[in-house]
Design a protein around this ligand. Structure first.
Ligand code: MG
Length: 251
């Protein structure tokens, strides 16, 4: 699949898909608290998405049994919503969400601290978010994909964190996952040249300990191999003639 360049009309739809997803994320914040199950959050979020006339794009994607990926603490991504997973004080909760608006996908992830968390956990969250913003400084027409990847990876490395290598960001549009793949660490190749109209989901996944991850027996949940905490931050962005536009974050 080659990298798709969106038309002005498609960009308008992608923008709306992004803005609606931002609303979903914001709407879930009050529910991310002790005593609430991850299934409950999934249910509330799915209802929000459907009430907007949109479709949750993660549901049944490759057989995924939820509308949201909700991952706790040492779970990196792809946590399956469950009645048995109850949010506790001190948890790091990662909510990864996506929706389809008029055939166009958006994808964004946030990490939340519930109640009191350690300064180290707080710093991991902050640096992961900063990694995204370091990366998109280079998300400009004429640059190459690796400029983004290298900026993310180098910033995380400066803080001595492990950058997950087994999972990467991606192009996005009429499909949830389009070309190109966007690693969060420096590559030997420059990668594709960035062109206005490209829409990309950039999503650093950063571990407090080592980079290595493994899959649980449910075949979905990715956890850190050393049990260390992990954080995730993602937005869908648009490459323009100037600064990138963050479609899933307007404020
Ligand atoms: Mg994604």
């Amino acid at each position: 699949m080659s990298v798709s360049i969106k038309t002005a009309h498609e960009i308008e739809l992608m923008r709306e898909a992004g803005h609606l997803l931002e609303k979903v994320h914001d709407g879930l914040i009050p529910y991310i608290k002790p005593g609430v199950s991850t299934k409950e959050i999934d249910r509330i979020g799915e209802e929000m998405i459907r009430s907007m006339g949109c479709i949750p794009n993660f549901l049944n994607y490759g057989g995924f049994p939820g509308s949201f990926c909700i991952s706790l603490n040492d779970e990196v991504v792809h946590g399956i919503p469950s009645e048995d997973k109850i949010i506790q004080d001190g948890d790091l909760v990662k909510i990864d969400a996506g929706l389809i608006y008029k055939g166009y996908h958006s994808d964004a992830a946030r990490t939340y601290a519930v109640g009191e968390v350690s300064n180290d956990a707080r710093k991991l969250m902050d640096v992961t978010r900063e990694c995204f913003f370091e990366g998109i400084k280079f998300a400009k027409a004429g640059n190459h994909l690796n400029d983004i990847s290298a900026a993310i990876g180098n910033y995380a490395a400066k803080h001595r964190y492990g950058v997950v290598r087994d999972l990467v960001g991606h192009g996005i549009g009429t499909h949830l996952h389009e070309d190109p793949q966007i690693p969060n660490f420096p590559q030997r190749r420059r990668g594709v040249r960035l062109i206005p109209g490209m829409t990309l989901a950039i999503e650093p996944m950063i571990n407090m300990g080592r980079a290595d991850v493994e899959w649980l027996d449910d075949n979905w949940t990715v956890v850190t191999m050393d049990g260390s905490l992990s954080a995730h931050y993602e937005n869908t962005i648009l490459i323009t003639d100037g600064e990138p536009e963050i479609l899933t974050l307007t404020k």
